[in-house]
Design a protein around this ligand. Structure first.
Ligand code: GLC
Length: 733
């Protein structure tokens, strides 16, 4: 059997190499025929409103189109390219299919909260199925920008603050979008973005400067991109941000040196929307021409939406500032992806169109993903809802807002196709439900809550749906306060006075700060913006059909003042004793003995830590064992722990493995996630969960940019989140 498997692998690898070489020959032959103008055309992604678009397609001035309209429109453009341009090179159609196409999945941040890569891969598979059947070849996803700043609107698109979890999610998404082969009917090319460091935008303000030391860049921000490249991502998008004084879309170090030379990335790099032109605004280029020159030198192969390449590269080649071989390298990469997508063999793929949209199977995946993304933050014994409730008040602006429920970056999603919590609650609980919106939207400052208070007073329990409108998160939508907008806080204060139990369900695109409101509620569920099937999913959880299993993929601050706050921070030379908050009554004399790294007005700890989430049941961890307490630099150890469901509900648990490198040639984080397993345990069931930890899993880039494994002592934890767990230690000899 093993022999046959080996032979199969050998033939598969051989076949792939042959296919690759087959493309190489065709690509070289094609490039040999192309004029410089046609080559530059391949490096240009046009927009539907470009002037003389159809003429430009016939002239070979566009290699790709962004948001090219419906199937008929795309087919019209493709016919122009294939049948009327000189060389008939097919167009590549790109679009932002970020978290679902028409069956909208939970936000990418919410997908991170599932801690379930296989499920996340399925959500992208569904997205690729629906989108590819509308003639879309290429999605500008997954975004994998690590960020530690919920003020930044685009945290909504990030899978996690942690490089390990973000990498696992990035790989799952790439595999989901791209399938086994790009030429498969339901596959589309993925795009790892925004390369690199965008999530470190200063002050959480979008497009702002990013200053990231090389070790942090390599150990944190580049990690998911490296994983995506290893997983075969077809394209990468260069970002808007100024990275250490060199804009990401003109950065030779990150693109040419690291991505293409060091990692051997052989797909192509597309700029973000006019991020090449914007290097003039950055003050990194004198004009569009110099911006184009710097972008090509950096290794940006295709320009999105701008025309700096189209208008300047020919002259730059004539002036000898850009070589034909640099142009050819970009074109070769672009043609390679077009060949791998099968566009040359079959530019007019037969398409299923609307038949692929919102199928029951697609919606079931969306429902499962939404369910597994919900994070139970508090539950004082009132969830799941008791069967004997006769009157359930449903209150708040987020209970019945399809448009908000599908969240940001849903250009093809339709709010009216979303099944809202109110709809599902009515379907499940019938006329027990009494609904009062109370506020028009999350920013409504109205304070007339009489109807809401009366309904709450006459109920057995209140389901309060608060949060932030979808439009408050996403690109260019940053906030300096993270409280519940409008008069939502006043609403919960008024309802709490009725004395009725409150289940607070928060729907938002980022971590918010809501300690007061959580204190007024008896249970809190963070539901993000859960997508098309958010309603049925929340009923699955509230009714107890499923236990919540989401875990936070990012740290939740108590206050904006704590930001940036993240679990894998460094220790400092004066770490504050755990949970100590400075208390300095008036008149206290200055006392150096109390000089720690802490605040006078808040604890250091977050409102909710990375990896946190409750369940309807309880899990007990026991018998943490290591196969050895030392390993060589080329060795590994096995970690095992017994996990038991000691509660009354069957449920999933995310068993998390963390380590700490106690000292190194650079300071190391106080904790690093190095493994997790999402397991299902029936009530009373126990399992032995094992992890293998290789010494190479503990490697990092040191201050000489060398990828090193340093002998030394380590702590290790296995537990339910980043702030608790069974502890032991080991050593690398
Ligand atoms: C936007 C975003 C990028 C997106 C692109 C195309 O500005 O930064 O994430 O894919 O433009 O819409």
């Amino acid at each position: 059997m093993k022999k046959h498997f080996t032979i199969l692998i050998f033939f598969l690898i051989t076949f792939t190499i042959i296919a690759q070489q087959q493309y190489d020959a065709k690509i070289n032959e094609l490039i040999g025929k192309m004029t410089l103008k046609e080559k530059i055309g391949q490096m240009t992604q046009g927009v539907p409103w470009a002037k003389n678009l159809e003429e430009g397609i016939r002239e070979g001035h566009f290699g790709s189109l962004l948001n090219a309209g419906d199937i008929d429109t795309k087919m019209k453009y493709q016919k122009l390219a294939v049948e009327e341009s000189r060389l008939g090179i097919p167009l590549l159609f790109g679009r932002d299919v970020i978290h679902g196409y028409r069956t909208v999945m939970p936000l990418p941040l919410a997908l991170g909260a599932t801690w379930n890569p296989e499920l996340v891969e399925n959500t992208c598979r569904v997205a690729a199925y629906e989108a590819s059947q509308q003639g879309i070849h290429w999605t500008f996803a997954p975004m994998m920008d690590i960020t530690r700043d919920p003020r930044w609107g685009r945290i909504v698109e990030s899978p996690s603050e942690d490089p390990y979890l973000a990498s696992q999610m990035a790989v799952a998404m790439v595999k989901g979008f791209q399938g086994d082969k790009l030429s498969d009917k339901y596959s589309m090319a993925a795009c790892a973005k925004h390369y690199v460091g965008y999530g470190a935008s200063e002050a959480g303000r979008d497009y702002n400067t990013t200053l990231i030391p090389e070790t942090e860049l390599r150990n944190v921000y580049l990690a998911p991109f490296k994983a995506a490249v290893k997983a075969g991502v077809a394209t990468i998008m260069s970002g808007f941000n100024d990275l250490n004084g060199v804009p990401a879309s003109g950065n030779i170090h990150t693109i040419r040196n690291i991505l293409k030379n060091e990692w051997g990335f052989d797909g192509f790099v597309v700029s973000d929307w006019k991020s090449i032109d914007q290097m003039v605004e950055h003050g990194f280029a004198k004009d569009d021409k110099q911006a184009a020159e710097k972008a090509v030198k950096a290794g940006v192969d295709m320009e999105m939406a701008g025309t700096s390449y189209l208008e300047n590269l020919e002259r730059l080649v004539e002036e000898g500032k850009i070589s034909v071989s640099e142009i050819d390298d970009a074109v070769r990469r672009i043609l390679k992806i077009k060949f791998e997508l099968g566009l040359f063999d079959n530019p007019f793929r037969e398409l299923e169109g609307e038949k692929a949209i919102l199928t029951d199977e697609n919606k079931e995946v969306a429902r499962e993903a939404a369910r597994e993304s919900f994070v139970l933050l508090k539950n004082e014994g009132i969830l799941p809802l008791k069967e004997n409730y006769k009157r359930i008040a449903v209150i708040g602006p987020m209970a019945d807002s399809g448009e908000d429920q599908i969240g940001t970056w849903t250009p093809d999603g339709k709010g009216e196709e979303a099944i809202t919590p109110l709809t599902s609650l009515k379907n499940f609980y019938g006329n027990k439900i009494k609904y009062v919106k109370a506020l028009d939207n999350s920013r409504d400052t109205n304070k007339d809550f009489d109807e809401a208070i009366e309904t709450a007073s006459n109920s057995d329990i209140v389901l309060l749906f608060l949060g932030e409108d979808a439009i408050l998160s996403g690109e260019a939508h940053c906030r300096t306060y993270l409280n519940l907008p409008g008069s939502q806080s006043e609403l919960i204060r008024q309802i709490e006075k009725t004395g009725k139990p409150i289940v607070l369900i928060i729907m938002a695109g980022r971590p918010l700060t809501f300690s007061e409101e959580a204190g007024l509620a008896d249970a809190v569920i963070y539901a993000w913006h859960p997508g098309t099937m958010g309603g049925p999913a929340i009923v699955d959880i509230l009714s107890g059909k499923f236990s919540p299993s989401g875990r936070l993929p990012v740290t939740f601050p108590r206050t904006v003042g704590q930001i940036p706050i993240y679990y894998n921070h460094r220790n400092t030379g004066r770490p504050a004793p755990k949970d100590v908050q400075a208390s300095i009554p008036l008149g206290t004399p200055a006392n150096p003995i109390d000089y720690f790294s802490y605040y006078l007005d808040a604890p250091n700890t977050p409102a909710y830590p990375f990896g946190f989430g409750l369940s309807y049941t309880e899990f007990e961890y026991d018998d943490l064992k290591l196969s050895a307490d030392t390993m060589e630099v080329d060795g590994s150890i096995t970690i095992s722990v017994k996990v038991k469901n000691v509660g009354d509900y069957d449920a999933q648990e995310v068993v998390q493995l963390y380590v700490r490198d106690l000292y190194g040639s650079i300071t190391r984080p106080v904790k690093e996630l190095k493994g997790f397993k999402k397991i299902f345990l029936k009530s009373g069931e126990e399992k032995i969960v094992t992890f293998t930890l290789k010494a190479s899993d503990l490697a990092f880039y040191n201050s000489e940019n060398k990828w090193v494994i340093e002998p030394g002592e380590f702590k290790l934890w296995v537990g339910p989140n980043s702030s608790e767990g069974l502890e032991t230690e080991f050593e690398i000899k």
